[in-house]
Design a protein around this ligand. Sequence first.
Ligand SMILES: Nc1nc2c(ncn2[C@@H]2O[C@H](COP(=O)(O)OP(=O)(O)OP(=O)(O)O)[C@@H](O)[C@H]2O)c(=O)[nH]1
Ligand SMILES: [Mg+2]
Length: 353
Amino acid sequence: MPNVGKSTVFNSLTRAGAEALNYPFTTIDPNLGVAPVPDGRLNALAGVMSSKRVVPATVDFVDIAGLVRGASAGEGLGNQFLGHIRECDAIAHVVRCFEEENVVHVHGGVDPEGDIETIDTELLLADLAAVERRLERVGRAAKGGDARLKAEATGLEGLRDHLSDGSPARAFPSSGALAEAMGTLITAKPTLYVANVDEESVADGNRYSSQVEKYAAREGAEAVRISAKLEAEVVELSEEEAVEYLAMLGVRTTGFQEFVRSVYRLLGLLTFFTSAEKESRAWTVREGSTVRQAAGRIHTDMERGFIAAEVGDWEDIVEAGSWARAREEAKVRLEGRDYVVRDGDTVLVRFNV
Ligand SMILES: Nc1nc2c(ncn2[C@@H]2O[C@H](COP(=O)(O)OP(=O)(O)OP(=O)(O)O)[C@@H](O)[C@H]2O)c(=O)[nH]1
Ligand SMILES: [Mg+2]
Protein backbone atom coordinates (compact mmCIF):
# COMPACT_ATOMS: atom_id res chain seq x y z
CA MET A 1 0.00 0.00 0.00
CA PRO A 2 1.16 3.56 -0.48
CA ASN A 3 2.33 5.47 2.60
CA VAL A 4 2.66 2.50 4.97
CA GLY A 5 6.39 2.91 5.65
CA LYS A 6 8.09 0.88 2.89
CA SER A 7 10.79 3.47 2.23
CA THR A 8 11.32 4.02 5.96
CA VAL A 9 11.84 0.27 6.40
CA PHE A 10 14.10 0.19 3.35
CA ASN A 11 16.23 3.06 4.64
CA SER A 12 16.62 1.42 8.02
CA LEU A 13 17.80 -1.80 6.38
CA THR A 14 20.12 -0.32 3.81
CA ARG A 15 20.97 3.19 5.01
CA ALA A 16 20.32 4.16 1.40
CA GLY A 17 18.57 7.42 2.22
CA ALA A 18 15.55 7.02 -0.05
CA GLU A 19 12.85 9.68 0.16
CA ALA A 20 10.27 8.72 2.80
CA LEU A 21 7.61 11.39 3.15
CA ASN A 22 4.14 11.71 4.47
CA TYR A 23 2.17 11.40 1.26
CA PRO A 24 1.11 8.47 -0.92
CA PHE A 25 3.24 7.69 -4.00
CA THR A 26 6.36 9.39 -2.67
CA THR A 27 8.23 6.53 -4.32
CA ILE A 28 7.70 6.12 -8.04
CA ASP A 29 10.99 4.79 -9.39
CA PRO A 30 12.40 1.85 -7.44
CA ASN A 31 15.21 2.51 -4.94
CA LEU A 32 18.03 -0.02 -4.74
CA GLY A 33 20.00 -0.81 -1.60
CA VAL A 34 22.14 -3.44 0.06
CA ALA A 35 21.67 -4.71 3.63
CA PRO A 36 24.36 -6.57 5.59
CA VAL A 37 23.17 -9.83 7.17
CA PRO A 38 23.82 -9.66 10.92
CA ASP A 39 25.69 -12.79 11.97
CA GLY A 40 27.26 -13.36 15.40
CA ARG A 41 29.11 -16.43 14.07
CA LEU A 42 31.12 -14.26 11.71
CA ASN A 43 32.09 -11.90 14.50
CA ALA A 44 33.19 -14.82 16.68
CA LEU A 45 35.40 -16.20 13.89
CA ALA A 46 36.86 -12.77 13.17
CA GLY A 47 37.60 -12.45 16.90
CA VAL A 48 39.66 -15.62 17.27
CA MET A 49 41.46 -15.03 13.97
CA SER A 50 42.10 -11.35 14.80
CA SER A 51 40.87 -10.55 11.29
CA LYS A 52 41.69 -7.08 10.01
CA ARG A 53 38.53 -6.97 7.94
CA VAL A 54 35.06 -8.39 8.54
CA VAL A 55 32.77 -8.68 5.52
CA PRO A 56 29.19 -9.80 6.14
CA ALA A 57 26.88 -11.42 3.60
CA THR A 58 24.38 -9.05 2.01
CA VAL A 59 20.84 -9.01 0.67
CA ASP A 60 19.79 -6.61 -2.09
CA PHE A 61 16.54 -4.78 -1.44
CA VAL A 62 14.38 -2.88 -3.90
CA ASP A 63 11.96 -0.31 -2.51
CA ILE A 64 9.04 0.09 -4.88
CA ALA A 65 5.96 2.23 -5.27
CA GLY A 66 2.76 1.35 -3.43
CA LEU A 67 -0.01 -0.57 -5.14
CA VAL A 68 -3.66 0.38 -4.97
CA ARG A 69 -6.94 -1.35 -5.70
CA GLY A 70 -7.15 -1.87 -9.47
CA ALA A 71 -3.37 -2.04 -9.95
CA SER A 72 -3.68 -5.28 -11.93
CA ALA A 73 -5.92 -3.37 -14.36
CA GLY A 74 -3.36 -0.59 -14.68
CA GLU A 75 -4.70 1.72 -11.95
CA GLY A 76 -2.10 4.05 -10.35
CA LEU A 77 0.69 2.97 -12.73
CA GLY A 78 -0.18 -0.56 -11.60
CA ASN A 79 1.32 -2.59 -14.42
CA GLN A 80 4.66 -0.90 -14.23
CA PHE A 81 4.85 -1.39 -10.45
CA LEU A 82 3.86 -5.04 -10.74
CA GLY A 83 6.72 -5.43 -13.21
CA HIS A 84 9.17 -4.36 -10.50
CA ILE A 85 7.88 -7.10 -8.21
CA ARG A 86 8.20 -9.73 -10.96
CA GLU A 87 11.95 -9.17 -11.13
CA CYS A 88 12.59 -9.97 -7.45
CA ASP A 89 13.29 -13.34 -5.79
CA ALA A 90 11.04 -12.73 -2.80
CA ILE A 91 8.52 -10.18 -1.55
CA ALA A 92 8.59 -8.33 1.77
CA HIS A 93 5.04 -7.07 2.10
CA VAL A 94 5.07 -4.09 4.48
CA VAL A 95 1.79 -3.67 6.35
CA ARG A 96 0.82 -0.60 8.34
CA CYS A 97 0.22 -1.55 11.96
CA PHE A 98 0.66 1.88 13.56
CA GLU A 99 -1.90 4.56 14.34
CA GLU A 100 -0.99 8.12 13.50
CA GLU A 101 -3.64 10.61 12.51
CA ASN A 102 -1.20 12.69 10.51
CA VAL A 103 -0.16 9.87 8.19
CA VAL A 104 -2.91 9.26 5.66
CA HIS A 105 -4.09 5.80 4.82
CA VAL A 106 -5.20 5.63 1.17
CA HIS A 107 -8.23 3.42 1.87
CA GLY A 108 -9.45 4.97 5.13
CA GLY A 109 -8.34 3.64 8.52
CA VAL A 110 -5.66 1.25 9.72
CA ASP A 111 -6.80 -2.21 8.63
CA PRO A 112 -3.96 -4.72 8.19
CA GLU A 113 -6.09 -7.64 7.13
CA GLY A 114 -8.05 -5.52 4.65
CA ASP A 115 -4.79 -4.05 3.29
CA ILE A 116 -3.19 -7.44 2.81
CA GLU A 117 -6.30 -8.76 1.09
CA THR A 118 -6.45 -5.75 -1.23
CA ILE A 119 -2.83 -6.15 -2.28
CA ASP A 120 -2.91 -9.94 -2.49
CA THR A 121 -6.03 -9.72 -4.65
CA GLU A 122 -4.24 -7.43 -7.09
CA LEU A 123 -1.26 -9.78 -7.20
CA LEU A 124 -3.57 -12.75 -7.79
CA LEU A 125 -5.47 -10.96 -10.54
CA ALA A 126 -2.22 -10.01 -12.26
CA ASP A 127 -1.11 -13.65 -12.15
CA LEU A 128 -4.49 -14.88 -13.30
CA ALA A 129 -4.31 -12.60 -16.35
CA ALA A 130 -0.79 -13.85 -17.10
CA VAL A 131 -1.84 -17.50 -16.79
CA GLU A 132 -4.87 -16.95 -19.03
CA ARG A 133 -2.72 -15.32 -21.70
CA ARG A 134 -0.24 -18.17 -21.56
CA LEU A 135 -2.99 -20.78 -21.57
CA GLU A 136 -4.47 -19.28 -24.70
CA ARG A 137 -1.10 -19.41 -26.45
CA VAL A 138 -0.05 -22.85 -25.20
CA GLY A 139 -3.54 -24.29 -25.72
CA ARG A 140 -3.49 -23.19 -29.35
CA ALA A 141 -0.01 -24.61 -29.93
CA ALA A 142 -0.92 -27.89 -28.17
CA LYS A 143 -3.50 -28.59 -30.88
CA GLY A 144 -0.49 -29.65 -32.98
CA GLY A 145 -0.31 -32.78 -30.79
CA ASP A 146 2.90 -32.03 -28.86
CA ALA A 147 2.66 -34.00 -25.59
CA ARG A 148 4.71 -31.49 -23.58
CA LEU A 149 2.54 -28.56 -24.59
CA LYS A 150 -0.58 -30.60 -23.83
CA ALA A 151 0.73 -31.35 -20.34
CA GLU A 152 1.47 -27.67 -19.79
CA ALA A 153 -2.00 -26.63 -20.99
CA THR A 154 -3.63 -29.10 -18.58
CA GLY A 155 -1.41 -27.81 -15.77
CA LEU A 156 -2.26 -24.20 -16.61
CA GLU A 157 -5.99 -24.96 -16.48
CA GLY A 158 -5.55 -26.36 -12.98
CA LEU A 159 -3.47 -23.34 -11.98
CA ARG A 160 -6.06 -20.95 -13.39
CA ASP A 161 -8.82 -22.57 -11.31
CA HIS A 162 -6.56 -22.52 -8.25
CA LEU A 163 -5.88 -18.77 -8.65
CA SER A 164 -9.56 -18.09 -9.36
CA ASP A 165 -10.34 -19.64 -5.97
CA GLY A 166 -8.14 -16.98 -4.38
CA SER A 167 -5.13 -19.15 -3.55
CA PRO A 168 -1.57 -18.01 -4.32
CA ALA A 169 0.46 -19.86 -6.94
CA ARG A 170 3.04 -20.84 -4.31
CA ALA A 171 0.41 -23.15 -2.78
CA PHE A 172 -0.16 -24.95 -6.11
CA PRO A 173 1.43 -28.39 -6.43
CA SER A 174 3.68 -27.49 -9.34
CA SER A 175 4.77 -30.07 -11.88
CA GLY A 176 7.77 -29.86 -14.19
CA ALA A 177 5.52 -28.80 -17.06
CA LEU A 178 4.70 -25.55 -15.24
CA ALA A 179 8.22 -24.61 -14.15
CA GLU A 180 8.63 -21.84 -16.71
CA ALA A 181 5.17 -20.35 -16.16
CA MET A 182 5.62 -20.42 -12.37
CA GLY A 183 8.89 -18.52 -12.66
CA THR A 184 7.02 -15.46 -13.95
CA LEU A 185 4.23 -15.43 -11.36
CA ILE A 186 4.22 -12.96 -8.49
CA THR A 187 2.23 -15.10 -6.07
CA ALA A 188 4.67 -17.98 -6.62
CA LYS A 189 7.39 -15.94 -4.91
CA PRO A 190 8.14 -16.52 -1.25
CA THR A 191 6.52 -13.77 0.82
CA LEU A 192 7.33 -12.27 4.18
CA TYR A 193 4.77 -10.04 5.87
CA VAL A 194 6.36 -7.13 7.70
CA ALA A 195 4.17 -5.63 10.44
CA ASN A 196 5.33 -2.04 10.83
CA VAL A 197 4.34 -1.11 14.40
CA ASP A 198 4.87 1.96 16.58
CA GLU A 199 7.73 2.06 19.11
CA GLU A 200 5.59 1.00 22.06
CA SER A 201 4.51 -2.20 20.31
CA VAL A 202 7.85 -3.67 19.23
CA ALA A 203 8.18 -5.76 22.37
CA ASP A 204 4.72 -7.31 22.57
CA GLY A 205 3.00 -6.40 19.32
CA ASN A 206 -0.45 -4.86 19.09
CA ARG A 207 -3.88 -5.93 17.83
CA TYR A 208 -2.87 -5.01 14.28
CA SER A 209 0.35 -6.99 14.20
CA SER A 210 -1.39 -10.04 15.61
CA GLN A 211 -3.82 -9.83 12.67
CA VAL A 212 -0.82 -9.93 10.33
CA GLU A 213 0.74 -12.86 12.18
CA LYS A 214 -2.51 -14.83 12.05
CA TYR A 215 -2.94 -14.10 8.36
CA ALA A 216 0.60 -15.23 7.57
CA ALA A 217 0.20 -18.42 9.62
CA ARG A 218 -2.98 -19.30 7.69
CA GLU A 219 -1.09 -18.86 4.42
CA GLY A 220 1.98 -20.74 5.60
CA ALA A 221 3.99 -17.53 5.14
CA GLU A 222 6.41 -15.86 7.55
CA ALA A 223 5.77 -12.64 9.45
CA VAL A 224 8.08 -10.30 11.33
CA ARG A 225 7.35 -7.32 13.54
CA ILE A 226 9.45 -4.20 13.28
CA SER A 227 9.22 -0.51 14.01
CA ALA A 228 10.61 1.47 11.12
CA LYS A 229 10.20 4.73 13.01
CA LEU A 230 12.09 3.40 16.04
CA GLU A 231 14.87 2.12 13.82
CA ALA A 232 15.06 5.51 12.09
CA GLU A 233 15.49 7.11 15.52
CA VAL A 234 18.00 4.57 16.78
CA VAL A 235 20.41 5.04 13.89
CA GLU A 236 20.75 8.68 14.99
CA LEU A 237 21.95 7.63 18.47
CA SER A 238 25.33 6.47 19.73
CA GLU A 239 25.55 2.74 20.40
CA GLU A 240 25.37 3.30 24.15
CA GLU A 241 22.33 5.54 23.91
CA ALA A 242 20.67 3.11 21.53
CA VAL A 243 21.06 0.18 23.93
CA GLU A 244 19.66 2.28 26.76
CA TYR A 245 16.72 3.49 24.69
CA LEU A 246 15.85 -0.03 23.52
CA ALA A 247 16.08 -1.34 27.08
CA MET A 248 13.63 1.35 28.14
CA LEU A 249 11.18 0.03 25.55
CA GLY A 250 11.76 -3.51 26.80
CA VAL A 251 13.47 -4.83 23.66
CA ARG A 252 16.97 -5.83 22.68
CA THR A 253 16.70 -5.19 18.96
CA THR A 254 14.46 -3.13 16.70
CA GLY A 255 13.43 -6.27 14.82
CA PHE A 256 15.58 -5.63 11.79
CA GLN A 257 18.03 -8.43 12.42
CA GLU A 258 15.18 -10.89 12.51
CA PHE A 259 13.84 -9.36 9.30
CA VAL A 260 17.05 -9.89 7.33
CA ARG A 261 17.46 -13.41 8.69
CA SER A 262 13.90 -14.29 7.66
CA VAL A 263 14.54 -13.06 4.14
CA TYR A 264 17.62 -15.23 4.02
CA ARG A 265 15.69 -18.32 5.16
CA LEU A 266 12.87 -17.51 2.77
CA LEU A 267 15.21 -17.53 -0.20
CA GLY A 268 16.65 -20.95 0.67
CA LEU A 269 20.10 -19.49 1.20
CA LEU A 270 22.84 -20.52 3.54
CA THR A 271 26.04 -18.98 4.80
CA PHE A 272 29.53 -20.36 4.76
CA PHE A 273 32.63 -18.57 6.02
CA THR A 274 36.21 -17.97 5.07
CA SER A 275 38.33 -16.80 7.96
CA ALA A 276 41.96 -15.74 8.28
CA GLU A 277 43.98 -12.89 9.72
CA LYS A 278 43.52 -10.76 6.63
CA GLU A 279 39.77 -11.15 6.50
CA SER A 280 36.76 -13.02 7.84
CA ARG A 281 33.91 -13.14 5.43
CA ALA A 282 30.42 -14.59 5.13
CA TRP A 283 29.35 -15.90 1.74
CA THR A 284 25.93 -16.72 0.41
CA VAL A 285 25.02 -19.85 -1.56
CA ARG A 286 21.80 -21.67 -2.34
CA GLU A 287 21.01 -24.71 -0.20
CA GLY A 288 22.34 -27.81 -1.94
CA SER A 289 25.42 -26.12 -3.44
CA THR A 290 28.60 -28.18 -3.67
CA VAL A 291 31.82 -26.93 -2.14
CA ARG A 292 33.24 -26.45 -5.64
CA GLN A 293 30.31 -24.18 -6.56
CA ALA A 294 30.81 -22.40 -3.25
CA ALA A 295 34.49 -21.87 -4.12
CA GLY A 296 33.29 -20.23 -7.33
CA ARG A 297 31.53 -17.58 -5.23
CA ILE A 298 34.91 -16.58 -3.81
CA HIS A 299 36.74 -16.60 -7.12
CA THR A 300 36.09 -18.24 -10.49
CA ASP A 301 39.72 -19.51 -10.47
CA MET A 302 38.98 -21.43 -7.29
CA GLU A 303 36.10 -23.23 -8.98
CA ARG A 304 38.06 -23.89 -12.17
CA GLY A 305 41.19 -25.12 -10.45
CA PHE A 306 39.45 -26.73 -7.47
CA ILE A 307 41.42 -29.54 -5.84
CA ALA A 308 39.89 -30.00 -2.39
CA ALA A 309 38.63 -27.97 0.54
CA GLU A 310 39.35 -28.04 4.22
CA VAL A 311 36.03 -27.71 6.03
CA GLY A 312 35.22 -27.20 9.68
CA ASP A 313 32.13 -26.10 11.57
CA TRP A 314 32.44 -22.44 12.62
CA GLU A 315 31.92 -23.31 16.29
CA ASP A 316 34.71 -25.89 16.29
CA ILE A 317 37.08 -23.39 14.71
CA VAL A 318 36.19 -20.77 17.29
CA GLU A 319 36.68 -23.30 20.09
CA ALA A 320 40.03 -24.42 18.71
CA GLY A 321 41.11 -20.79 18.49
CA SER A 322 43.02 -21.10 15.24
CA TRP A 323 42.92 -22.99 11.97
CA ALA A 324 46.19 -24.83 12.77
CA ARG A 325 44.87 -25.91 16.16
CA ALA A 326 41.58 -27.05 14.62
CA ARG A 327 43.61 -29.21 12.20
CA GLU A 328 45.59 -30.71 15.07
CA GLU A 329 42.41 -31.53 16.91
CA ALA A 330 40.96 -33.12 13.76
CA LYS A 331 38.12 -30.57 13.72
CA VAL A 332 38.83 -29.90 10.05
CA ARG A 333 38.02 -32.43 7.32
CA LEU A 334 39.28 -32.61 3.79
CA GLU A 335 36.34 -32.65 1.35
CA GLY A 336 36.16 -33.31 -2.39
CA ARG A 337 34.35 -31.30 -5.05
CA ASP A 338 30.92 -32.91 -4.55
CA TYR A 339 30.65 -32.23 -0.84
CA VAL A 340 27.39 -30.32 -0.17
CA VAL A 341 28.02 -27.21 1.89
CA ARG A 342 26.23 -26.86 5.23
CA ASP A 343 25.18 -23.65 6.94
CA GLY A 344 28.02 -22.52 9.22
CA ASP A 345 30.82 -24.36 7.41
CA THR A 346 34.17 -22.62 7.46
CA VAL A 347 36.07 -23.35 4.29
CA LEU A 348 39.68 -23.18 3.09
CA VAL A 349 39.91 -23.95 -0.63
CA ARG A 350 42.94 -25.61 -2.22
CA PHE A 351 43.16 -24.89 -5.90
CA ASN A 352 45.60 -24.73 -8.76
CA VAL A 353 45.27 -22.77 -12.01
N1 LIG B 1 4.07 7.03 13.38
C1 LIG B 1 4.72 6.29 12.47
N2 LIG B 1 4.94 6.83 11.27
C2 LIG B 1 5.58 6.08 10.34
C3 LIG B 1 6.04 4.75 10.61
N3 LIG B 1 6.63 4.28 9.49
C4 LIG B 1 6.55 5.25 8.58
N4 LIG B 1 5.92 6.35 9.08
C5 LIG B 1 5.64 7.61 8.39
O1 LIG B 1 4.75 7.34 7.31
C6 LIG B 1 5.03 8.20 6.20
C7 LIG B 1 5.22 7.38 4.94
O2 LIG B 1 6.40 6.61 5.04
P1 LIG B 1 7.17 6.07 3.75
O3 LIG B 1 8.28 5.22 4.25
O4 LIG B 1 7.46 7.15 2.80
O5 LIG B 1 6.04 5.14 3.14
P2 LIG B 1 6.00 4.35 1.73
O6 LIG B 1 5.24 3.11 2.00
O7 LIG B 1 7.37 4.23 1.17
O8 LIG B 1 5.11 5.35 0.86
P3 LIG B 1 5.01 5.51 -0.75
O9 LIG B 1 6.38 5.49 -1.33
O10 LIG B 1 4.35 6.84 -0.90
O11 LIG B 1 4.16 4.38 -1.19
C8 LIG B 1 6.27 9.00 6.59
O12 LIG B 1 5.83 10.26 7.04
C9 LIG B 1 6.87 8.18 7.72
O13 LIG B 1 7.60 8.98 8.64
C10 LIG B 1 5.81 4.23 11.92
O14 LIG B 1 6.18 3.09 12.25
N5 LIG B 1 5.14 5.05 12.80
MG1 LIG C 1 8.16 4.93 -0.57
